[in-house]
Each structure stands twice: as C-alpha cells, then as structure tokens.
Write a protein that binds this ligand. Structure first.
Ligand SMILES: [Zn+2]
Length: 502
C-alpha cells in the first residue's frame, strides 16, 4: 500500500512586527504537545473549506495510508523562532524519512524565520534531500514570496485565486488532483516560474478588481482550456522585508516547458504593463473618518488596514477609534482589540459593572517608529464570552475560531470589543458570540484589509478604508525597506523589467 504524507504549516510573517512567533501561536501550548496532528488533525479539518480539508477530500478513497504529522497555522506576526520552526519542520521531515510515496503540503509562502527568509523553500529542500524523487504537491496563499528553492523542489504548485481567500479548498484540490494524475502516469508536471521587481499594494491587488482581475482571469482560462495543468498568479506580501518579495507566477505544464514559459511570460507582461495601477493613493486617516460622518444610513464599515492582525498587526492600536470619537461619530461597534489584561479586568468585573481602564497601546512598534498609546475609557460591561465559534461565512467555512476570553464595554458612543487572542474579522460570527447584531449599528469599526469584504459587503451601506498607524501600513513613501530586491517598482519608478525565474 502507498503511504501519503499530508501536512499543513502556515504563517504570514510581517518582518516589521515586534511580536516573535512562537510555538504557542501555532498550537495550544508553548511546547510540542499542543501541535495538532494525526487522527485529531484529520477529525478537526475534515469537512472544512480549507486547504487541508481540500487535500483530505481529494485523497479519500485512495488505497493509501495517510500520515498527518502536523496541521499548524498561526495568525500573522513577526519572524518565527528557530526553535518553533525546527520543531514543526522536523515533524514533517521525520514523517517523510519514515517512508512516503507522495507529499501534500498546505503552506503559506510568506513564512520567515530567524534563520530562513524562505522557510517554505527550506522545508521543501529538506524533503527533497531525504528523497530526491518524491512527488510533492504544494497549495499556497496568494500572498507569496516566491523563491528558487520552492520552485525547484516542488512537483506541483497552486495558489489561491481570490482575495478574500474563499477558494483555499479548491486550491488544494487543484494541487492534489494534479499530483494524483502524475502518480497515475497520466501527466508529467513541469514548472515554469517568474518573479517581477514589482511590489503591489495589498489594497490594489485583489483579483476581484482591475488590474489583477484580467491577469487572474487569463490564468484561470488557460487552466480551464487545458493549455497547461495549472496556472497561478501571486500578488505577493509586501510587509516582508526579504529578497524574494514581488508579484510572481507559477505555471505547471504537462511536459511542455515551452508552453509553460510562454504563458508565464504572458501573465508577467500583463502585470508589468499595468504596474502603475497597483499603486495605492493614500487618504489621511482624518479625511477617511470625516467621510463616514456624512453617510446618512448605516452600517458604514470603517476598516483600519494599518493594524490588521491578518497581516501582522498587533491589534491594539487605538488611534482610529480615538479619531472617530473626536469627530463625533456614535453608535459605533469597535474591535475586536487584543488586550488580554483588559479582557481579564472586564470579565472579572462582570456584566453590568462600571469599569474605568486603559485599553490597548501595550505594544511598541520600533520598526515603524511607533510607541503604544493606551486609550483611557469608562463604561459598562455588556457581555462576556469564551470567544469560541465556528465560521459560517465563505472563507474557511467550518473552521473553529477562538478570540479567547472576551468582553464588550459600552462607553456611550461605542461598544468596544476586547479580546485575548488576535483574530481578523473575516466573518461576522464573532459578533454573535457577544450578542451584537452588526446590522443594527451605524458604524462598524474593524481592523482588516480585504478579508472582511466577503461577509461585510452584503450588510454595509458604505465601506471606507482607514490608514491607521501600525506595522501593516503600506504607504511605501514612509516604510523603510532594507533587504528587498532593488530596483523595485514603485519605490524606484524607473525599474527595468528584469524577471527572476527559470
Ligand atoms: Zn493571503
């Protein structure tokens, strides 16, 4: 019987974040015992619309022993510690070393560790060193930092085609399905890849809109028409100050490198021609909030994209709420803000208690020259909860989520949600946990860049982005990069089109 290794290891590393990423952010404890694996991992991920859920479904029914040494993902934050990485990567390589006929991996593609700028490439290099011929399928996030090691050592690579990421399940099925066809001798995957010196702004890179829509549509059509086996375009993750940041393409052809190269070049050309459209024009925070004051009916979604934990934000920067109150907005639901100490104070006080406390501002952000600024407030505790729920929205449907112990403080103009663990609101289910109906309020102030749209767009009268301060700020005129490839567009407007690839 064949033996398949299936594993998930996912982290989007914001190298500007002051928070190191330790094992506890991937599992239930700071030691190895808290990592999900084996039958428990299979039970937890089965039926979810996630990459691991997609792999599980496509592998079901195959006459193979399925080994799951690790399913671990952490909310974006700073570099992953070497100890954590070695522990998790070691789980996967040990499973391969014990004997495997194929490997199926759900990785992010933007994981950076203390020692490795390219943690996924390093993992694949280690697997390939154990078995030079083993077939490896990899499903990746759209926010990829593509590296030669990754492309050289994988057999099939696919990436998310959506942002918000609502096709993560399908992405794994495309990778896994193609690898299964290769194992059966039906196809012969050959990778063509390339990276542009182009840093897209995350506010302008979703395939829902131009210019990415045309580029992604061409990749999808090429795959649908069987021009190639798979074609993936990656917007890149610009909050990683590492050498392989940039917009990239991977095409997997059926034994026809020339066809794969031609499509890769076509997709990269499309992106390069429209590179100016990937630049974002930033509006000052005060002006964005002022626009909200003139919208007649709510809910108005104000999304603070400067401190979004979904891209590595510390989630306790209070500036945007402060400015909303300063400008006289009311009927606001704000948060969640991550502040474990404040959450504990509110929970201990209990529902109905009046509490005065300093919220947020506990974390300094030296890479951006920012110091934490707590916000003093007084209010009444209106709800407390354990913060656990399951996602019903279209992104990561069925996943168990956890805000940790959390509470709501009513300070008059705002209901302020305070939590223990960081969580980007890519669904509205967390409001339920705290007894809040988001449709009944005028302003929904959240910290998110793009993922909120799948569920907030249908309930919002208006959506206004707010460039709050934080480690997710993408105003490249103020962010200091030291290690990215140069020249890089748009930092260097006269950058020539030089593609790194195969
Ligand atoms: Zn992503």
């Amino acid at each position: 019987m064949q033996r398949f290794v299936l594993a998930g290891l996912s982290h989007e590393t914001n190298t500007f974040s002051p928070q190191p990423t330790t094992l506890g952010r991937f599992g239930r404890s700071e030691d190895e015992s808290g990592l999900l694996h084996g039958p428990e991992a299979i039970a937890g991920m089965a039926g979810t619309r996630t990459p691991v859920g997609g792999f599980l479904d496509i592998l079901e029914g195959h006459d193979a022993e399925l080994v799951v040494p690790l399913v671990a993902s952490a909310v974006p934050s700073g570099r992953v510690t070497d100890e954590s990485y070695e522990t998790m990567a070691g789980r996967i390589t040990d499973a391969v070393a014990a004997g495997a006929d194929a490997v199926f991996l759900s990785l992010h593609g933007a994981m950076v560790t203390d020692s490795h700028d390219d943690a996924e490439g390093e993992l694949l290099r280690r697997i390939r060193a154990i078995d030079p011929d083993i077939p490896i399928a990899v499903a990746l996030d759209f926010h990829l930092g593509m590296s030669p090691e990754l492309c050289r050592n994988a057999t099939v690579v696919t990436g998310f085609r959506t942002y918000p990421h609502i096709d993560t399940y399908e992405t794994a099925q495309r990778a896994g399905g193609t690898l299964l066809r290769a194992l059966a001798g039906e196809v012969e995957p050959v990778i063509s890849w390339g990276v542009l010196p182009l840093m897209t702004n995350m506010l302008n890179q979703t395939p829902l809109r131009q210019p990415m829509k045309d580029i992604m549509d061409r990749a999808i059509a090429a795959e649908a028409d069987n021009e190639v086996l798979t074609a993936s375009v990656f917007g890149g993750f610009p909050l990683s100050d590492i050498p392989h940041t940039g917009l990239s393409v991977i095409v997997v052809s059926d034994g026809d490198k020339a066809a794969g190269d031609a499509l890769r070049d076509e997709l990269l050309d499309l992106a390069w021609e429209r590179r100016a459209d990937f630049i974002h024009d930033f509006e000052p925070m005060t002006a964005s909030i002022a626009r909200a004051t003139s919208v007649p009916v709510g809910p108005v979604v104000l999304h603070d994209h400067g401190d979004n934990c979904g891209a590595g934000g510390v989630t306790d920067v209070m500036s945007v709420l402060g400015e909303c109150l300063h400008q006289g907005l009311d009927d606001i639901v704000a948060g969640p803000y991550r502040d474990p100490e404040a959450a504990a104070i509110l929970i201990n006080a209990g529902v109905g208690a009046t509490v005065t406390l300093d919220l947020g501002g506990k974390v300094d952000m030296p890479a951006r020259g920012l110091t934490g600024q707590p916000m003093s407030m007084t209010g009444t505790v209106t709800a407390v909860a354990d913060g656990r729920y399951k996602v019903t929205g279209p992104m990561m449907t069925g996943m168990a989520m956890n805000l940790g112990p959390c509470a709501v403080l009513n300070i008059g103009p705002a209901l302020v949600i305070v939590c223990t663990d960081p969580l980007e609101p890519f669904d509205v289910d967390f409001y339920d946990v705290l007894g809040i109906d988001p449709t009944e309020h005028r302003i929904l102030l959240i910290k998110s860049r793009q993922h909120f749209r799948a569920v907030f767009e249908p309930i919002a009268q208006e959506i206004i982005g707010v460039a709050g301060p934080g480690v997710c700020s993408e105003d490249y005129s103020v962010v200091e990069f030291e290690r990215i490839r140069r020249p890089m567009y748009p930092m260097d407007l006269d950058t020539p089109k030089t593609v790194i690839g195969n």
